[in-house]
Design a protein around this ligand. Structure first.
Ligand code: V47
Ligand code: SF4
Length: 397
């Protein structure tokens, strides 16, 4: 395999530090790296070195396969009882004029608007408000499933579940079972932020703790169900906090095997209480993808959320451990555009997404939420396919 040769070149290079080589050897031998080695990589490893290691793992697991899905988002409300410092929603509770609170009927109309579209997933997530309680969400999931049984409902995070279960005075295991019975199919990765209390208490005080986030995913996995995990990085956290976060996910995944994808979320600084903090560079973003790929040896997928990081960085990330670039999106995802995402109007057609992946030498595969392949687009001819307008990167493997 070409990527083996690239690691071999590193191992034979006399100018490379011994510790770098030991880690490269571990990756080649399929061995897990330690907490200290994770911190060491964040502190000392440069992008080309990390790219070789992460790409080796990516190619071994997935070859050139690059996954995406066709989904749409519903954000029930942009008002929230919590006050996360990084969130551009949290200020709105004081300025209700800019807020929305969709009713059950309005959300069902949004689902119905996609009746003729080949979407496979609805991703539901937004702010936390008292009227959106257990009963409301159970009715919503049931109504969506009875309208379109094959539409996968990926909805809410432990932030909402912790809040609504507490209000209903039921434990996590019972609550998650009830959600499953109501029609919930999987849980997205949000609300994880940074688990370590030193950081969490400063940026996301009051909402579920890191332990509670992990506990709710654990209960969900125990039901045989799948979920994702995220990490909000590039603000006030240290490298140790990032590795602590990855370590906690790796430990839970060893136990349950219920996580599908890890999605690093780059902190965006527009219009929130942390706007004074400079955003991470693209080089740091790619280093972070690569280290996540190396550290999380028990996660199948590393996902780059293209709407947040932009199309060019998403293309680059495919050579730094990423194998999934999320979905074709409509223009309804406000939480990121308000926070300063690269894509203010994050819509991309299937054709555009396929060209974006192909133009960097990768193989586009449409998947459903559980990674069953729906369409292989490698040799698919679109009727009037435009020439890609993206610059082509050299293929590293
Ligand atoms: O938990 C909020 C983040 C998350 C900002 O599972 C911000 O497939 C950056 O989890 N800068 C929700 N990020 C989004 C999320 C997600 C996205 C795509 C796919 C999946 C999946 C999950 O958005 C929140 C929070 O960490 N967020 N504000 C900000 N200023
Ligand atoms: Fe609310 Fe989520 Fe924003 Fe925090 S990140 S204020 S929980 S919407």
């Amino acid at each position: 395999m070409q990527s083996n040769n690239q690691i071999q070149v590193l191992l034979n290079d006399t100018s490379i530090a011994e510790r770098h080589k030991n880690i490269a050897q571990k990756v080649l031998d399929n061995q897990r790296i330690s907490f200290d080695e994770g911190v060491y990589l964040y502190q000392h490893a440069n992008l080309p070195y990390l790219g070789v290691l992460a790409n080796h793992i990516r190619v071994k697991r997935h070859g050139n396969n690059t996954y995406f899905n066709k989904n749409f988002h519903i954000e029930p409300t942009n008002l929230c009882v919590y006050d996360c410092k990084f969130c551009s929603y949290s200020r709105l509770i004081k300025q209700k004029a800019e807020g929305w609170e969709y009713t059950m009927e309005e959300m069902l109309d949004m689902v119905k608007a996609y009746d003729q579209q080949p979407v496979t997933e609805v991703h539901i997530v937004g702010g936390v408000l008292p009227q959106y309680d257990m009963e409301f969400y159970m009715n919503l999931f049931t109504a969506i499933k009875s309208h379109r049984p094959n539409l996968h409902v990926k909805a809410l995070t432990p932030v909402e579940y912790n809040y609504i279960f507490k209000k209903a005075k039921i434990d996590y295991a019972t609550g998650m079972r009830m959600m499953k019975e109501a029609g919930l199919d999987s849980m997205p990765g949000g609300g994880a932020e940074i688990f370590h209390p030193e950081i969490r208490e400063q940026i996301a005080k009051d909402k579920c703790t890191g332990e509670q986030w992990l506990q709710i995913h654990k209960e969900w996995h125990k039901l045989g169900m799948r979920s994702n995990a995220t990490m909000l990085y590039g603000h006030i956290e240290s490298f140790e906090h990032r590795v602590d976060h990855l370590e906690k996910l790796r430990v839970l995944q060893d136990e349950t095997k219920g996580f599908q994808a890890f999605i690093p979320l780059k902190f965006r600084n527009q219009d929130n209480q942390m706007s004074h903090i400079e955003e991470s560079t693209v080089v740091e973003d790619l280093r972070n993808y690569a280290i996540s790929r190396i550290y999380l040896d028990n996660f199948d997928h590393i996902k780059a959320y293209w709407a947040m990081i932009g199309r060019s960085t998403a293309q680059l990330s495919l050579n730094f451990g990423v194998d999934d670039i999320d979905g074709t999106l409509d223009d309804t995802t406000k939480i990121y555009s308000m926070a300063g995402a690269e894509e203010q109007h994050p819509a991309m057609s299937t054709k555009q997404l396929v060209e974006l992946i192909k133009s960097v030498g990768k193989k586009p595969l449409e998947r459903d939420t559980l990674y069953n392949i729906i369409t292989d687009y490698e040799h698919f001819e679109f009727a009037d396919a435009p020439k890609p307008s993206y610059y082509a990167l050299p293929v590293l493997n």
